[in-house]
Every structure is written in structure tokens, then in C-alpha cells.
Write a protein that binds this ligand. Structure first.
Ligand code: F6R
Length: 261
């Protein structure tokens, strides 16, 4: 991979693949490598439709006997507020269905902020403290919203700091409505790791597919670092890899496809 702009320590690798299948394999192997290199690593994981194939690849690696998750810890990015963990719309349920129940992960080492805590502020502080006690996140997997949100950090006047509660924007509620029977059922509040929490991860892998994500990917890589596009802060992260398909990459000049910027 050619390096075209020298930003010192900071590095954003752009890996452009043909389609969602290739993206899933590539991201799954990156996460798999992290587990192989550090068997007790801490993974930061995401929900949404984009990482499902990545989890399938991780499951396949486990079934092939390549990966052992028994010492791995997980901290998920976010959860809806007011949705119980056993509700099939919760992110806790999603993680069980799409990854945890298929591999030998110790469920006691999996963490998702609770959207049912009576004291959400205490829940956020406790989540951060637990992450810190686990040694911090080694690899954070991210999806990205059409508006550049990461986790549930929506466009704002400032970059958020630590785990906190948020009011979801209309655009995110609409995007998430596809998972619910009616738009009215989509929760309007969530708890999410903050931008500072995400930036503390030692490595970030962001996955995206489709034309709908092209503008957000452009802003992530080449836009100004602006809280109106929360993902743009990744330009300041020292080890971020974007694994994106050609459609998501379509607004980036081809010269920077498969480069480090
Ligand atoms: C989910 C999350 C969100 C999603 C984003 C993209 O844990 O943090 O930021 O990654 O909304 O969702 P999909 O992949 O469904 O397009």
C-alpha cells in the first residue's frame, strides 16, 4: 500500500473491495488477526446491518478452529434506551443472535451498556470504568451512518467525550425504522460510547457499503474535521482502516483507493 500524505503518526488506510462479501471477509480477518495476536484482547463491537457478514466470517474462523474467543472481552458501542436485553430489537439480543451464541466467548466478558438502568449517568460512568479496568479497547469495529454518525454520536456542535445518552436524530430514526414494524416503535434515545471513548481504541476498523454511505465516507477521509460529520475525527486517529466497497468509495478520488492517507 502506497503512502500518499505523511501525517506523522496518524494513518488512515483505505481498503476498497468489490462488494459486501469481500468487505466482510477482509474485516473478519482483521479482527481475527487481533484475536490471534492477543488472545485476551478487548474488542469494541458494533451492531447494524453492515457488520453482520463480518461476524459470520469470525464465526467461520471459529468453526474452522482458527479462532478461540474464550479469553476475549467485548464492549459494544451502544444500546437503545428503554429496550430490555431480551427484546429482539435490543443490541444485546442482536449480538447474541449474530455472534456470541455461535462462538466460545465467555458471556461474562461481554459488555453492552444497559438502556434500562434507572440511573443512566451512573451506568455510563460504570461502563467507562469497566472498559478502563479491562485495559481499554484494542480494536474497535465501527459502522457509519449516512450522516457520518459513529456509534450513536450524531452530528453536533462539539465532539462528544465519554459514554453518554443521546437523543437520536430524525435521519437515524428513519434509517432504523426498517428494523421495526412502524416508525413510532423506533426508540428515540440511546446510550453510546463517546467520540473520545472511540478515539481511545488502539485500532479502528470501519466498514461501509453502498452509495448511501459515499458522502459520509468522503467526509470521513477528505472533509474538514467537523463535529457535523462525527466520523471525520478519525483523521486524527493513529491507526484506522476503512474497509469499504466501491459504491461507498465512489466519491473518493480513485488515486486514494487502497492507499494510506
Ligand atoms: C450500531 C452503530 C451505528 C451503525 C450505523 C450504520 O452499533 O453504532 O453507528 O453502525 O448506524 O448502520 P448500518 O450498518 O445498519 O447501516
Amino acid at each position: 500500500m502506497k503512502k500518499i500524505i505523511n501525517k506523522g503518526e496518524k494513518e488512515m488506510k483505505i481498503v476498497v473491495v468489490k462488494n459486501s462479501e469481500e468487505m466482510s471477509k477482509k474485516a473478519g480477518r482483521l479482527i481475527g488477526s487481533q484475536v490471534i495476536v492477543k488472545e485476551n484482547c478487548v474488542l469494541g463491537l458494533a451492531t447494524g446491518s453492515t457488520p453482520i457478514g463480518t461476524y459470520q466470517d469470525m464465526i467461520a474462523q471459529y468453526k474452522e478452529g482458527v479462532l478461540d474467543f474464550s479469553k476475549v472481552s467485548v464492549f459494544n458501542l451502544d444500546e437503545y434506551i428503554g429496550v430490555t436485553a431480551d427484546n429482539d430489537q435490543s443490541y444485546a439480543y442482536f449480538m447474541k443472535e449474530n455472534l456470541f451464541q455461535h462462538v466460545n466467548i465467555d458471556l461474562a466478558k461481554t459488555n453492552i451498556p444497559s438502556g434500562m438502568a434507572t440511573d443512566m449517568e451512573a451506568e455510563c460512568l460504570a461502563y467507562e470504568a469497566k472498559m478502563k479496568a479491562a485495559g481499554g479497547v484494542d480494536l474497535q469495529l465501527l459502522g457509519i451512518g449516512n450522516n457520518g454518525h459513529i456509534g450513536f454520536n450524531e452530528p453536533d456542535h462539539n465532539f462528544s467525550q465519554r459514554t453518554h445518552t443521546v437523543q437520536l436524530t430524525e435521519s437515524t430514526i428513519e434509517a432504523n425504522a426498517r428494523f421495526f414494524k412502524t416508525k413510532e416503535e423506533v426508540p428515540t434515545m440511546a446510550v453510546t460510547m463517546g467520540i473520545k471513548t472511540i478515539m481511545n481504541a488502539r485500532k479502528v476498523v470501519l466498514v461501509a457499503t453502498g452509495k448511501g454511505k459515499a458522502q459520509a465516507i468522503y467526509g470521513t477521509v477528505l472533509g474538514p474535521i467537523d463535529p457535523q460529520v462525527p466520523s471525520s475525527i478519525l483523521q486524527l486517529h493513529k491507526d484506522t482502516v476503512l474497509v469499504i466497497d466501491e459504491e461507498a468509495a465512489s466519491l473518493l478520488p480513485k488515486e486514494i483507493w487502497n492507499t494510506e492517507v
